[in-house]
Write a protein that binds this ligand. Structure first.
Ligand code: ZN
Length: 398
């Protein structure tokens, strides 16, 4: 099997044109946006032209299925609200090229997938969560995006495209190629990373409720200021988590809604996201205890109410030994001594697919370690190296 680098790069650039931000190679293609649906229609046509049996499942994940038992390759084609051109797209287009090249060469059947809403406009890797069974369709339908649109409303926009769920039993395994989205490979100069495990994640919304009041007449000592509570919580949590975490553990308050968010009003309510990630389930649980204890302590001290939204999350997932060994052998053949085994700190669709079949992942370097930003990029030579490496692994694994 001989994948075609020019055709691969041309398709990657065409996919980028759907929702191109005009800033660098950036892309604005959130799940179910017009750009996302147009990109999926284009991808469906490309899959069809590659001789694959094309269908959208009920949430809009797009499958191009080869006849007979096959390896499934792919990732996602939705982007962050301000995203790069490779996050997800690389894995989908590499899959398409390998399926095409294998068919042309009379090689093994290869199927392709682009999952919907990996970037979590609604939940966390929503499309593959539903397919993998971590989330029921009913539960997903009730999820809201930040503008109050439900998942049910959003997926209804896909209209008549959507059909039945694709039977996972026909796939012998899933391999997801992805940009690293971190600094490890670009710093070491290595050309590929074979993933050992994907970290787990917890994500919860926390609300402190105080008393909204006049910012000029309310004495400091009488205030029940929701922003002051968030501020105290954030400072304390960094200290309290330190004995529990490792250097690889991360936590983030990334979204804050302050009410009513006006200069002359003591804020009466704040709702914020608290998210943490680690490769060890037990550590994730211990972090949750610290987070809940600290929030309760701050609320009690300042006389505020405390409420939690639903706890979202996924467990850490180890990669399949056989698929991983296939990627390692291909890496050693393509870039001898110039690759590594590494964990994935980012969450991926492979986490959910692991409930259905063996999974593995391959990383290529990210320039500057930057992703989820218009500046995200990878040297095109490195993209092609990843493609040939993956094609070699697929040919050997079948
Ligand atoms: Zn991604």
């Amino acid at each position: 099997m001989q994948p075609n680098p020019e055709r691969f790069l041309a398709d990657l650039h065409t996919l980028r044109s759907f929702g191109a931000s005009g800033v660098g190679r950036g892309v604005v293609r959130p799940a179910y946006s017009d750009a996302d649906m147009a990109a999926r229609d284009w991808l469906a046509a490309r899959m069809q032209a590659a001789g694959l049996d094309v269908s959208f499942d009920p949430v809009g994940s797009l499958f191009g299925v080869a006849r007979g038992p096959s390896l499934l390759l792919g990732s996602h084609s939705d982007s962050q609200p301000e995203g790069g051109w490779l996050d997800g797209a690389l894995g989908v287009i590499a899959a398409l090229e390998i399926a095409r090249a294998s068919r042309e060469a009379g090689g093994p059947p290869v199927s392709v997938v682009s999952f919907q809403d990996e970037e979590g406009r609604f939940g966390v890797t929503t499309g593959s969560s539903v397919w993998g069974g971590a989330l029921t369709l009913d539960a997903a339908d009730a999820l809201l995006d930040r503008d109050g649109v439900t998942f049910a409303e959003a997926r209804a926009r896909m209209g008549a495209r959507c059909g039945a769920f694709v039977d996972p039993a026909q796939f012998t395994g899933f391999i997801e190629m992805h940009i690293e989205q971190g600094p490890t490979l670009i710093t070491s100069g290595e050309k590929a990373g074979v993933v050992s495990a994907i970290v787990g994640i917890r994500d919860v919304k926390i609300t402190f409720g105080g008393q909204q009041n006049h910012a000029g007449t309310t004495p400091m000592g009488l205030r029940r200021d929701a922003f002051q509570a968030l501020s105290a919580f954030n400072a304390r949590i960094n200290d309290r988590l330190r004995p529990v975490v490792t250097p690889a553990t991360v936590w983030t308050i990334g979204q804050v809604a302050l009410h009513p968010n006006a200069a002359s009003i003591v804020p009466g309510r704040v709702t914020f996201s608290m998210q943490w990630r680690d490769g060890d389930s037990d550590r994730l649980r211990r972090m949750e205890e610290v987070i809940r204890d600290t929030a309760a302590e701050v609320a009690a001290e300042m006389g505020l109410s405390l409420d939690y939204g639903p706890m979202l999350g996924l467990e850490p997932v180890a990669m399949d030994g056989r698929l991983r060994a296939g990627l390692e052998a291909a890496a050693e053949a393509e870039v001898p001594g110039n690759w590594r085994v590494m964990p994935s700190g980012a969450l991926h669709d492979a986490t959910n697919v692991a409930r259905l079949m063996p999974v593995a992942m391959l990383f290529v370097p990210s320039i500057g370690g930057i992703s989820h930003d218009f500046a995200e990029d990878t040297d095109e030579t490195d993209l092609v190296t990843g493609l040939t490496l993956l094609a070699r692994a697929v040919a050997a694994l079948q």
